[in-house]
Design a protein around this ligand. Structure first.
Ligand SMILES: Nc1ncnc2c1ncn2[C@@H]1O[C@H](COP(=O)(O)OP(=O)(O)OP(=O)(O)O)[C@@H](O)[C@H]1O
Ligand SMILES: [Mg+2]
Length: 347
């Protein structure tokens, strides 16, 4: 709802417009500078009075929901206010020497015409205001969608390509140390780095098109997760026990993608930070479609309160992904004992 001042500032102008129209129809060619001035001043006074009367009553009526809800009520209000306010000013005018109304009856009849014009002006303003509000809402929605899309892209980049880059740099560091003394192991590492680079390229290409990890498109959900666990085992030499049960077709692709990324990031955190020797990935899909997932490690654990929010994106991304599915994300970490992440997603 617009500020009442918004309407008041147009009052005088509308009044002048109406009175000039009136003047031309009544006076026609016999118009003199004196009558022109009289009509203009009368129009200004009547317009401001109508606007004042209208805005002050509108301020009171706006407190009632029914008034705000029904456009017809607002138009009737505007008709009544314009008719009453104009008839008051016009009646006073008929008793002055400058009156251009032939009679009081004529002045009152004119008021009804002014009321109709007032109702029409009100309708035009309301229409414009509704259009403005709709445009503003659409713009806000568009901006929100852009922000969401940016966050999604950032999460996807973090969970796919940047993880591969981390693995590549880790392998290159090891290569630097061993390539002279252990040429065979170095050869194996080079092979791994090549695989990672090609994986990152595939991920990037696919992400540009569909923002889905390549493997989830090629294989089934459980198979993709098993491959992920195997990859972590071969690349980072950590024992991972996968335990999946239920019917994977009960989970839609959006949920599959979120779970895949959460498990992938949890495993990445384990190799990056936990110094764990063992990890377990559990996933249960209930007949109802409800999903339960748990990723546990026996590493050094950490205190989540100590992690700086703006520097780490992995955990925040996991939370965002799960909350976007109305799911529940819990992290429990005990220093010296390990970390567990539990996720529950309703049907
Ligand atoms: N399983 C884990 N064991 C021990 N510490 C962990 C584990 N998972 C997370 N952390 C700690 O929590 C911090 C935040 O993790 P998060 O994944 O949000 O960021 P990150 O891994 O440091 O960086 P990135 O943004 O690349 O993921 C880590 O820096 C680490 O200290
Ligand atoms: Mg991380």
């Amino acid at each position: 709802m617009k500020n009442p001042i918004h309407y008041t500032k147009y009052g005088g102008l509308v009044g002048i417009g109406i009175s000039l129209m009136f003047m031309l129809t009544v006076e026609g060619l016999s118009l003199t500078p004196a009558t022109f001035l009289t009509y203009t001043i009368f129009g200004l006074v009547a317009g401001l009075f109508i606007a004042f009367f209208y805005t002050s009553t509108r301020m009171t009526l706006c407190r009632f929901a029914v008034y705000n809800k029904h456009l017809l009520l607002r138009i009737i209000h505007s008709y009544l206010v314009c008719t009453l306010a104009f008839s008051l000013v016009a009646s006073i005018m008929t008793f002055t020497p400058w009156s251009f109304f032939p009679s009081l009856e004529f002045a009152l009849n004119t008021s009804m015409g002014v009321g109709i014009i007032g109702a029409m002006v009100c309708f035009a303003f309301e229409y414009l205001a509704i259009k403005d509000e709709r445009l503003l809402l659409e713009q806000e929605n568009r901006e929100l969608a852009v922000i969401e899309e940016r966050n999604r892209l950032a999460r996807e980049l973090h969970d796919s390509v940047s993880q591969n880059l981390f693995g590549i740099s880790l392998n290159l560091n090891t290569l630097e140390l061993i390539f002279q003394d252990q040429p065979e192991r170095a050869q194996a590492l080079i092979k791994q780095v090549k695989e990672m680079v090609s994986e990152a390229q595939t991920e990037m290409r696919l992400m540009i098109y569909e923002l889905q990890p390549a493997i989830l498109q090629e294989k089934g959900f459980f198979e993709a997760l098993e491959t992920l666990c195997e990859l972590f085992h071969t690349r980072y030499n950590i024992k991972i026990a996968p335990l999946f049960s239920g019917d994977e077709t009960k989970v839609d692709t959006r949920t599959q993608l979120a779970l895949y990324r959460v498990i992938q990031e949890a495993l990445h955190n384990i190799v990056k930070h936990a110094r764990a020797t063992k990890a377990q990935v559990m996933l249960t899909i209930h007949d109802t479609g409800k999903v339960f997932a748990k990723i546990v490690d026996n590493g050094r654990g950490f205190d989540e309160k100590q992690t700086k929010k703006n520097e780490h994106f992995g955990l925040a991304g996991m939370r965002e992904r799960i909350s976007a599915l109305n799911g529940d994300f819990r992290l429990n970490s005990v220093i010296g004992e390990g970390t567990s992440i539990t996720v529950q997603i309703p049907k």
